[in-house]
Design a protein around this ligand. Structure first.
Ligand code: IPM
Ligand code: MG
Length: 349
């Protein structure tokens, strides 16, 4: 039996999570995994219900589960209020920290049926297939922050320890060994001391992976390279904030942010979520693409030791794309609804 905590969250989160669930149920029928799904609150909906973006019941449930599937977190109601005391995103950051999810793995893959939707020329986007290892529980996101000088100055500290860098570097190098054996460290070592530590530790770690070609690149240059020659990359290793920014950029070049999944792993239970946000304007309209959530479920199947089922889900998503069974941002003239995309994919398991 596998216990799965479902944190649907806000905006389109519940809609896309429902489709991922549908597909997991189809997988369960075929493979007899014996899933037990339990729903808990996170984000704006949790604030509304309990005042807390990450209620203790959610944390406890996640800690007792084999994996966590998350929809999306966030609501504009909080974005436009700089004085808000609680924010939905605090729930997301806290669950990452509490579960020790230090590595966020974001595969960036171009699909043939999406080449036309890409803002890049087909010759540039064809065959792009890389993965970003973004550090997720350190850096400027979690450093000391506050106001000083009577509130007229604000600060956010970026700090990293050797251990924090080394553990994700090892994961990323090991992943590169199973791919095209090329790892690029993205940093700002010409300016930042933390980046110089990343360079030192990644360089040392690379000695244990002699078959992996190791290079490093400044983040501004990497931002350019992602649009000029994305096929250059195989594995990108980077710190928290650079990873946040670069993965949004990288997702945009594939043609739809609605097809990109992610896995966050650490020492214990792992969490799987689409890269996209809560897309509140799209909520309740049946227009959100559930593919990223479904592919996140596929990554979860892989993690739970069911690689065959994972591949089958991946293939069913690709079949949907090939047949144009997709939401409006992909299938402009013949779009189907969120639920119909899920039905098609589940039906092909
Ligand atoms: C992401 C998101 C989050 C982040 C936000 C919602 C806090 O942008 O998962 O990339 O910045 O990590
Ligand atoms: Mg982001």
């Amino acid at each position: 039996m596998k216990k799965i905590a479902i944190l649907s969250g806000d905006g389109v989160g519940p809609e896309v999570a429902a489709e991922a669930l549908k597909v997991l149920q189809a997988v369960d029928k075929k493979y007899g995994i014996g899933f037990e799904f339990k729903h808990e609150l996170i984000g704006a909906c949790a604030i509304d219900a309990t005042g807390d973006p990450l209620p203790p019941a959610t944390v406890e449930r996640c800690q007792r589960s084999d994996a966590v599937l998350l929809g999306a977190v966030g609501h504009p109601r909080f974005d436009n209020d700089p004085a808000a005391k609680v924010r939905p995103e605090q729930g997301l950051l806290k669950i990452r920290k509490t579960l020790g999810l230090y590595a966020n793995i974001r595969p960036i893959k171009s699909y043939k049926s999406l080449y036309k939707a890409s803002p890049l020329k087909e010759s540039l986007i064809a065959n792009v297939d890389f993965v970003v290892f973004r550090e997720l529980t350190g850096g400027i996101y979690f450093g000391e922050k506050g106001r000083r000088c009577g509130g007229s100055e604000a600060f956010d500290v970026c700090a990293y320890s050797v251990e924090e860098v080394e553990r994700i570097a090892r994961l990323a190098f090991a992943a590169a060994q199973n791919r095209r054996k090329h790892l690029t460290l993205v940093d700002k070592a010409n300016v930042l001391e933390t980046s110089r530590l990343w360079r030192e530790i990644a360089g040392k770690t690379s000695k244990d992976f002699p078959d992996v070609k190791f290079d490093s690149m400044f983040v501004d240059n990497a931002a350019m390279k992602i649009v000029q020659q994305p096929a250059f990359f195989d594995v990108i290793l980077t710190e928290n904030m650079f990873g946040d920014i670069l993965t949004d950029e990288a997702s945009a070049i594939t043609g739809s942010i609605g097809v990109l999944p992610s896995a966050s792993v650490g020492s214990g239970v792992a969490l799987f979520e689409p890269i996209h946000g809560s897309f509140p304007e799209g909520a309740g309209k049946g227009i959100a693409n559930p593919m990223a959530a479904i592919l996140s479920a596929a990554m979860m199947l892989d993690y739970l030791g069911c690689p065959e089922a994972a591949q089958e889900v991946q293939a069913a998503v690709e079949l949907a794309l090939k047949n144009g069974v997709a939401t409006p941002e992909i299938s402009k003239d013949s779009a189907v609804s969120t639920g119909e995309v899920g039905d098609f994919i589940a039906g092909n398991i």
